[in-house]
Design a protein around this ligand. Structure first.
Ligand code: CMC
Length: 390
């Protein structure tokens, strides 16, 4: 008989792993706040970098603090030339999430003199390097898959504009940023910046609790995000919508298969461990989907299918009883697709969005004297003591 254990909580449905002052969620009422500020206000009135500062340092930056932060990040966008060769060693069709996590892990090899979680200056420079370089790594993973040349960052551009140019520009022509895309992408990134103790953030904390360096911890978080039940859902939603369209079975029939719980069939982009009402991020994403597609003058039959799917599901007892609503991933893919990103880049965009949250949690954990190495318990259900009897 095991002693000392009082509870079993698969999936941590009921167990708090930490105290945190970063993000507040009320899942019953669909409320999300970063450091006390409602997500709706931040999404409409702030920028990715300003929110990153808020999450990491706890308060909104002054104008000069934000300017300095932005400039520092611009100054660190270049990747070591040797790291660029890393991309050519991978298959051209490598999934960009694997490329991203591997390259972030590899970053630690270039900065071995600044990996201490206990030295504030080292933590600071690593924070800046991560924020500056992750988008560049992401864009190179995209370019590599296309067989196109990597562009050097243009540090005269804003964070998001630079990222768009690195993905969609080429060596032969100047790139003109579409301000509608730039604003919409910035808003989507804000919506993803933090979500308290989700699987990837908990992973970052668990790995970080061993005093592993920040690059290794964030690389682990990227791998956790990759799964289709977490960040990978945005790619899976588009796949699901395309399958519904191509099979011709119709939305109603697909929903019936979901309800019958056919093997491997879930309504991707629906449901959430914490939200038992409409995900507040999904509301804002849905608004953006209309704005972006209208501004680009494109229509997308997958967006129409998504709307139909939502309408049918929200009126169906199966989904009502289980409190399943669209989550942040339901409409993002349609917008990313309209922007020109291939589905395999969707979760990468989630990772860029989530990076400030991961960093904020890693730093919060390391500055909390109550932090201990994470070490879950188990209930042993294997054989009792037995002997070889040889
Ligand atoms: N489609 C159909 N049924 C579902 C779905 C879904 N998307 N999600 C949950 N259910 C059902 C599930 O079958 C179960 O039914 P029953 O009580 O009859 O067994 C009930 O609802 C409770 O589901 P659960 O799997 O116990 O819930 P969970 O809290 O463990 O899982 C989830 C949460 C997000 C993994 C799940 O809702 C899901 O798989 N959703 C689809 C994937 C997805 O969109 N993930 C993105 C999450 S939001 C962004 C992020 O943070 O990554």
């Amino acid at each position: 008989k095991q002693t000392g254990l009082t509870s079993l909580d698969p999936g941590f449905v009921n167990t708090a792993s930490t105290r945190s002052a970063i993000t507040y969620i009320d899942g019953e009422n669909g409320i999300l706040r970063y450091r006390g500020y409602p997500i709706e206000e931040l999404a409409k009135q702030s920028t990715y970098l300003e929110v990153a500062w808020l999450l990491i340092y706890g308060e909104l930056p002054s104008e000069s603090e934000l300017l300095e932060f932005d400039e520092k990040i611009r100054r660190h966008t270049l990747l070591h030339e040797d790291l660029k060769r890393f991309f050519t060693a991978l298959p051209h069709n490598a999934h960009p999430m694997s490329v991203l996590s591997s390259a972030v892990s590899a970053l630690s090899t270039y900065y071995e003199d600044s990996l201490s979680p206990h030295d504030p200056e080292q933590v600071e420079i690593s924070t800046i390097r991560l924020l500056a370089k992750l988008p560049v790594i992401a864009a190179y993973a995209h370019k590599k898959a296309l067989g196109q040349a990597f562009l050097y960052p243009d540090n005269s551009l804003s964070f998001v504009d630079n990222f768009l140019r690195l993905n969609f520009g080429n060596m032969a022509e100047p790139y003109e940023v579409n301000p509608v895309l730039s604003k919409a992408l910035d808003r989507l990134l804000i919506l993803h910046e933090d979500h308290e103790q989700n699987a990837s953030t908990s992973t970052v904390r668990l790995v970080g609790s061993t005093e592993a360096n920040i690059f290794s911890s964030i690389s682990a978080g990227i791998n956790a995000l990759y799964g289709p039940l977490h960040g990978g859902a945005n790619e899976a939603v588009l796949k699901m919508l395309a399958q519904i369209r191509d099979s011709g079975e119709g939305v109603g029939k697909f929903v019936e298969r979901v309800k019958k719980k056919e093997e491997g069939v879930r309504l991707m982009g629906f449901g959430h461990r914490v939200y038992k009402s409409y995900d507040p991020r999904a509301k804002l994403v849905k608004e953006s989907a209309d704005e972006v597609l209208d501004a680009l003058g494109v229509s997308d039959e997958l967006l129409d299918l998504a709307r139909e799917l939502e309408q049918i599901a929200l009126a169906d007892d199966y989904f009502i009883e289980r409190k399943l609503y669209p989550n942040v991933d339901f409409y993002t893919g349609v917008i990313y697709k309209a922007m020109g990103f291939p589905p395999r880049m969707f979760t990468v965009l989630f990772a860029i969005g989530r990076l400030p949250g991961w960093i904020a949690h890693w730093r919060e954990m390391n500055s909390d004297p109550a932090t201990k190495i994470g070490r879950p318990q188990q209930l042993y259900v294997g054989p009792p003591e037995r002997h070889l009897n040889r």
